[in-house]
Write a protein that binds this ligand. Structure first.
Ligand SMILES: Nc1nc2c(c(=O)[nH]1)N[C@H]1C(S)=C(S)[C@@H](COP(=O)(O)O)O[C@H]1N2
Ligand SMILES: [Mo]
Length: 158
């Protein structure tokens, strides 16, 4: 896996699997099941990744890009900054594709974030690029129920 972090940052960064694994213990979440009961795997905190790249104060939006299936979401940075995580492993192996691996963004409690812009759909699977911007970025999350049903059918879990 490779994760690119760019945009409103002083140090654009690339992370490989072992870069995430080597982040300090306080950045690691051994089991995301404690945050989100339906999920499993090990994760790192979003903030730990952002810190490495020196995010600028001008950054107000975070866009999550998955080039694998051309899925994108853009959310207010402040709404996810402290809570969101990136799931990257299952034991000591990369996160399997059926769980959204090799890297999956997870907003643990989307309802509690308090804004319609931060919903379950923004937990982007196969994420390979984080982009910080001053304005909302590209977003093709399903806008209504019909689009949502089509999206899940495309995912193979309709
Ligand atoms: N890359 C990618 N991520 C995605 C999607 C997708 O189609 N592609 N669907 C989103 C939507 S609409 C939802 S509701 C959740 C569903 O996550 P789940 O399958 O783990 O329940 O994943 C989100 N992440
Ligand atoms: Mo969704």
């Amino acid at each position: 896996m490779k994760l690119r972090v760019e945009g409103e940052v002083d140090r654009p960064c690339d992370f490989a699997w072992h870069d995430l694994a080597q982040l300090p213990a306080e950045a690691q979440i051994e089991d995301v099941g404690v945050l989100s009961p339906q999920r499993s795997g090990g994760a790192v905190r979003l903030e730990a990744v952002l810190e490495r790249c020196a995010v600028r104060p001008s950054a107000r939006y975070l866009s999550l890009h998955a080039s694998r299936d051309d899925f994108h979401a853009s959310v207010p940075l402040a709404a996810v900054r402290d809570a969101a995580v990136l799931i990257y492993r299952q034991g000591d192996q990369p996160l399997p594709e059926k769980q959204g691996g090799p890297l999956r963004f997870l907003i643990p409690d989307p309802a509690a974030c308090g804004t319609h812009q931060v919903d379950e759909c923004a937990s982007v699977k196969f994420v390979d690029r984080l982009e910080l911007t001053t304005e909302p970025g590209f977003d093709n999350r399903p806008a209504d129920e019909r689009a949502h049903a089509q999206r899940h059918a495309a995912e193979g879990d309709a």
